[in-house]
Design a binder for this molecule. Structure first.
Ligand code: FAD
Length: 240
């Protein structure tokens, strides 16, 4: 998108794009930055898993998922994966207290659904925020739930640092190696699988891993309606 189209859209949608001020930033570790924002969120409707768009340069926009929101107090938090030298990553790394930015209306897929069924969330560092916002809801439901994270070695302790439980961590691998790791997950063991077969599966993060997990589930006859997929990024593509 060219700069002038970005500018024009922002002024057309001004009333629907609140200006948020950074009030706090915290590095959970060098590749996960949590930022708290403050602004007028009174017209915004949030759901767990809904994402907002942030303009990260004159011509680029990226999606990020608020982990916490309080529309009355006008506060919101997001966990950002600082993954390397790219427009979004660099912009977020540079954000500091008192900086301002605009956010779009939150929108997306509803990840909190049918809590009476076993729930599994699979994803990488980009989905830790979604896990963090689902955790209290799933814990409160008293039903079975599990997180499966594929993380860089340096990030293996992030779920623990965030206070999450009920999780497995697998290393990041590609292709057949990734699929093999997924098929070895404890939920697929015979007795356990009898229960999990009727579960809901939320697969987000790296597009290739999401596809691999879906293939593993399909081979086990999990119906499509029980699988919610959303690629958050794909190797070699920019700004999904
Ligand atoms: C609905 C939705 C919600 C999202 N929520 C979040 C969120 O809450 N927190 C969050 O951190 N991200 C989130 N993402 C992912 C984030 O938008 C992407 O990672 C985005 O590509 C980052 O932009 P960038 O400019 O840093 O990299 P880009 O310029 O988009 O990508 C450059 C290259 O970097 C690589 N790359 C991109 N992202 C990653 C990554 N995470 N890890 C490793 N390599 C990568 C790819 O090979 C890509 O070709 C979300 C995405 C979507 C679609």
């Amino acid at each position: 998108m060219s700069k002038w189209i970005g500018d024009a859209m922002e002024s057309l949608l001004a009333s629907r794009m609140p200006v948020m001020t950074v009030t706090d930033t915290q590095y959970i570790n060098p590749s996960l930055k949590q930022i708290r924002f403050s602004g007028d969120l009174s017209n915004m409707h949030f759901e767990p898993g809904y994402a907002v768009v942030i303009r990260v340069s004159d011509i680029e926009h990226r999606n990020y998922t608020p982990t916490f929101y309080d529309t009355e107090r006008g506060t919101m938090e997001i966990m950002f994966h600082i993954h390397g030298d790219a427009p979004g990553s660099n912009y977020i790394a540079a954000l500091d207290v008192n900086d301002t930015l605009k956010i779009s209306m939150p929108r997306g897929k509803k990840v909190y659904r049918e809590p009476e069924k076993p729930q599994l969330l699979f994803g990488d560092e980009t989905c830790l925020g979604v896990a963090f916002s689902l955790y209290p809801l799933w814990l409160g439901s008293g039903r079975e739930f599990r997180f499966v994270f594929e993380l860089d070695d340096a990030n293996r302790d992030l779920p623990d640092r965030l206070g999450l439980t009920n999780y497995s961590v697998i290393p990041k691998k590609f292709g057949a190696e990734n699929e093999t790791l997924l098929t070895r997950l404890p939920i697929f063991e015979n007795d356990t699988w009898r229960n999990w077969h009727n579960g809901n599966f939320i697969l987000i993060g790296n597009a290739a891993s999401v596809r691999n997990f879906r293939n593993v589930l399909k081979k086990r006859d999990v119906p499509g309606k029980s699988i919610l997929m959303q690629a958050y990024w794909a190797e070699g593509k920019t700004g999904l």
